[in-house]
Design a protein around this ligand. Structure first.
Ligand code: DCT
Ligand code: MG
Length: 467
């Protein structure tokens, strides 16, 4: 346990053995063992946190409290939200089901409020505070913030206007901008499945390899951590030769657009400069994650691909990334294709153009009806595809493995590992790199394992980062 605490490398099997032994003795019902409660390292980045764990009934309650505090969204609430999340994260790492408060004695990060919640669940099976929270306001906030692009501030304004359903919000927003959002609202609110992510990866890879042989392409986010569903598809790309990635994303988008699969999106230029390695603490306040060049958008994928496994062009089942319960960890291999020249002055296409195409097609299908179609009617017509949120991110190779850790997440893991780096090592960690603030130097990494080594942490697999 000491070596776990210090974050010294311990092989995975050994770590689990340590946990099992602890779990068995702690869970054995023997009083002398109960006096010796379980110890976990303080930071989540020093312990494995998996999707499946023993304490869902507690973590679900704590995460409702967290979610509620986040939606209230003032300073005090956001620190409460974090406290709930940290406690929930500790319970997720426990290798046994919690049965007694004494098992919590030596665990850090579980404050008095969280302890009260846990105790009530242990005694009564549920927590009255959580039950009370699930009121009208909370439900409306959850419904409104589930709309793509709607944050808690807008949702609150809508509630103040007296709206309580999506329909009321739709009637209040009829501009063309909004018509687009409403039309795809139900698509974007249906969870993305793993095989849809693999399908997109396959299409993006094919185009990417044609433009830039040797490209490295990796699904990140929840799917890499082993989730089978998510709200979007995150794809991180790089090229081992320095500078090759410059201008690549625009060319890739051009090709995807020519394939007719892009619905809308926004290309953000890279805003990176080296001083950001040290000075970059206010990114998330602006809702920004990092300074990479990226495209955040919506892509059409065949409806059928959420029902059947993706096929490649030859019609055979394709191997699009090794994926098992542990997640997706695939890398594109260089191909012999030479890049065909694409215009470099890519203009982001116009959202409304593509939407108007859809509208006019839909109108034709309605056989000459000139009436305005409701967003819902539009969404139903002309469709053998479903709209999916996709993030495409491009990183220079010398930042890639830090980008990979950052874009794999999860969000709480990132918070935790960054705090750990700062407080325990005096280092600044971001998706762009690691900077030693005492020695005034950056620490490069040539693999994800090296990122962990630089941080003096034992390596955690992506599926062990589900904090
Ligand atoms: N991320 C982060 N901070 C944020 C948002 C994201 O550090 N505010 C990181 C962690 C995960 C990664 O970026 C991708 O983000 P999301 O797609 O939002 O998260 P996800 O874990 O992939 O969740 P989902 O499965 O719902 O897409
Ligand atoms: Mg995601």
């Amino acid at each position: 346990t000491d070596s776990m605490k210090a974050g010294a490398p311990v092989p995975v099997e050994e770590r689990h053995k340590i946990k099992r032994e602890k779990a068995d003795t702690d869970n054995g019902g023997n009083d002398s063992n109960r006096r010796n409660p379980f110890i976990l390292p303080e930071y989540a980045c020093q312990r494995a946190t998996c999707l499946k764990h023993y304490n869902h009934k507690f973590t679900r309650a704590l995460e409702i409290l967290q979610n509620h505090a986040e939606l209230r969204d003032n300073e005090h609430d956001s620190s409460r939200a974090l406290a709930f999340r940290r406690a929930s994260c500790v319970l997720k790492s426990l290798p046994f089901p919690l049965t007694s408060m004494s098992q919590l004695k030596k665990l850090t990060n579980i404050g008095d409020h969280c302890k009260r919640v846990i105790q009530e669940i242990l005694e009564d099976g549920e927590c009255s505070e959580v039950t009370k929270l699930q009121d009208d306001w909370f439900h409306k906030m959850v419904v409104f913030t589930s709309i793509f692009g709607i944050g808690s501030a807008t949702a609150k304004k809508w509630i103040e206007k007296g709206w309580s359903t999506i329909k009321e919000a739709q009637e209040g927003h009829i501009s063309s901008d909004w018509r687009v959002k409403w039309a795809f609202h139900s698509d974007l609110n249906t969870p993305v499945k793993l095989q849809e992510a693999q399908y997109i990866q396959q299409i993006v890879r094919k185009e990417a390899e044609t433009i830039l042989p040797g490209i490295i392409l990796q699904i990140t986010g929840g799917f890499r951590r082993g989730k089978e569903e998510g709200h979007d598809i995150d794809i991180l790309m790089t090229h081992p030769e320095d500078g090759k990635e410059v201008g690549f994303l625009a060319r890739l988008l051009h090709r995807l657009q020519n394939k007719g699969i892009i619905l809308c999106g926004n290309l953000e230029k890279s805003t990176y400069s080296d001083d950001m390695l040290t000075l970059d603490s206010k990114l998330s306040a602006k809702g920004q994650l990092d300074h990479f060049e990226k495209w955040l958008g919506i892509i059409k994928i065949p409806q059928s691909c959420s029902e059947t496994p993706a096929r490649d062009d030859s019609g055979s089942l394709s191997n699009i990334g090794s994926c098992d319960h542990k997640g997706i960890n695939s890398v594109a291999h260089p191909t012999s294709n030479t890049a065909s020249e694409q215009p470099l002055n890519y203009q982001p296409f116009n959202l409304h153009e593509s939407f108007e195409d859809l509208e006019s097609k839909a109108k034709k299908q309605k056989l000459g009806t000139e009436n305005e179609l409701s967003p819902m009617e539009l969404a139903k017509l002309d469709r053998n595809w479903i709209a999916r949120r996709v993030d495409l991110i491009v990183s220079p190779y010398n930042q890639y493995f830090y980008a990979l850790v950052g874009w794999t997440g999860n969000k709480q893991f990132n918070r935790d590992i960054r705090t750990y780096a700062q407080k325990e090592l005096g280092m600044k960690l971001s998706s762009h790199g690691l900077y030693d603030l005492n020695k005034n130097c950056a620490l490069p990494a040539r693999s994800e394992k090296e990122v962990f080594e630089n941080l003096k942490l034992q390596y955690l697999e992506p599926w062990e980062r589900n904090c």
